[in-house]
Design a protein around this ligand. Structure first.
Ligand code: ZN
Length: 348
């Protein structure tokens, strides 16, 4: 079978690899129909993650179950399913507490298990608890694939950020980041009934337009102290009670602490890269810092219902669609910020 392999910095390509087989009675094999490239895959692509050449890549995928182990009974051969960005057993203390991202027996695609999302076939451990069936398991309409694929990661992650921020109706929120997670957080904030959503993003006009389309009221394209000043102007100096940080850099954290009002909450879901935080800075202003890696599997069923009912269209974060064998181009488009997020079609 074919799968994407990371060969080294700025080099990903489809290669012939060993076909996976069921090795545990709780496994399933999924024939991938659509996979996504994530912003976090770019860290690998740029050679900034500790990933060795030869590794598989991709953690967002959906497709059809083509084989199952003897103890798998919730998902069946023929079912169409979405996989979260991490697999989990559904049984351990963390899973039962709703923190599947900390599952004792869980792991990441392409790391704890060989197969990853950007390929033709994936062996899925703990298939019953990991995979989420799409509706009754029938093949989804082609037009739904992008919306459904966001359930692997970005839409639950944006939702998690908003939930952890404690955002409720009539709140004002600043979302830092105009990538797929930031845009997902905008949609989630709207769903939560936010009164005003202010996005701090880039100077890229397409991103600004998309942020406004999915629900932002305002878009600020300057950074640092200038962005903080603009938020102060908009809020007449009051700043905001909720900040959702979706970037993960020192600059974005500094901006988050600059725009949150005393007693407010900063929720972060961007994977932090070399960020240092002074607790005294939070202490003096009673700032709550929350967030973290999203337990996507917990959010997926509810968000799946929403997507299948047509109440939300998170697939708008995809701005390019390419076949799997053009994966190199997909990474290039995202690396150059020419596309927010790329969808890879597989098979069919
Ligand atoms: Zn678990």
């Amino acid at each position: 079978m074919h799968a994407v392999v990371f060969n080294g910095p700025h080099d990903v390509a489809v290669r012939e690899v060993a076909e996976p087989r069921i090795t545990d009675p709780m496994d399933a094999l999924v024939a991938v129909r659509a996979a996504a490239v994530c912003g976090s895959d770019l860290w690998t692509y740029r050679g900034m993650a500790s990933v060795a050449p030869g590794a598989r890549i991709g953690h967002e995928f959906l497709g059809q179950v083509v084989d199952t182990g003897s103890l798998t009974d919730q998902v069946r051969v023929g079912d169409w399913v979405v996989a979260p960005f991490r697999y989990s057993d559904g049984q351990c203390e963390y899973c039962r507490a709703g923190l599947t991202s900390s599952c004792t027996h869980g792991g990441f695609w392409g790391r704890e298990v060989l197969d990853a999302g950007q390929g033709e076939l994936v062996r899925v451990p703990f298939a019953d608890s990991t995979l989420v069936r799409i509706g009754d398991g029938d093949e989804p309409d082609e037009s739904m694939l992008a919306d459904l694929l966001t359930l692997s990661d970005v839409y639950p992650t944006g939702t998690h950020a908003v939930v952890k921020a404690g955002l409720d109706a009539y709140s004002s929120v600043v979302v830092i980041g105009d990538g797929a997670v930031g845009l997902s957080a905008v949609m989630a904030a709207r769903r939560a009934g936010a009164d005003e959503v202010i996005v701090l993003g880039s100077a890229h006009p397409d991103r600004r337009q998309l942020a406004l389309t999915v629900g932002a009221d305002r878009f600020i394209s300057v950074r640092g102290a200038d962005a903080v000043q603009q938020v102060a102007d908009i809020t007449h100096g009051a700043m905001v009670s909720h900040v959702v940080e979706c970037v993960g850099t020192q600059g974005s954290f500094d901006t988050a602490f600059g725009v949150v009002r005393d007693g407010g909450t900063v929720s972060y879901v961007g994977l932090p890269h070399q960020v240092s935080i002074d607790p005294a800075r939070l202490f003096m202003h009673n700032i709550t810092l929350t967030g973290g890696m999203c337990p996507a599997r917990v959010y997926m069923p509810l968000l799946m219902d929403e997507v299948l009912a047509g109440r939300s269209h998170p697939g708008r974060v995809f701005t390019a669609t390419l076949p799997l064998d053009r994966v190199g181009r997909a990474y290039e488009l995202m690396d150059r910020r020419e596309s927010i997020k790329c969808l890879l079609t597989v098979g069919a």
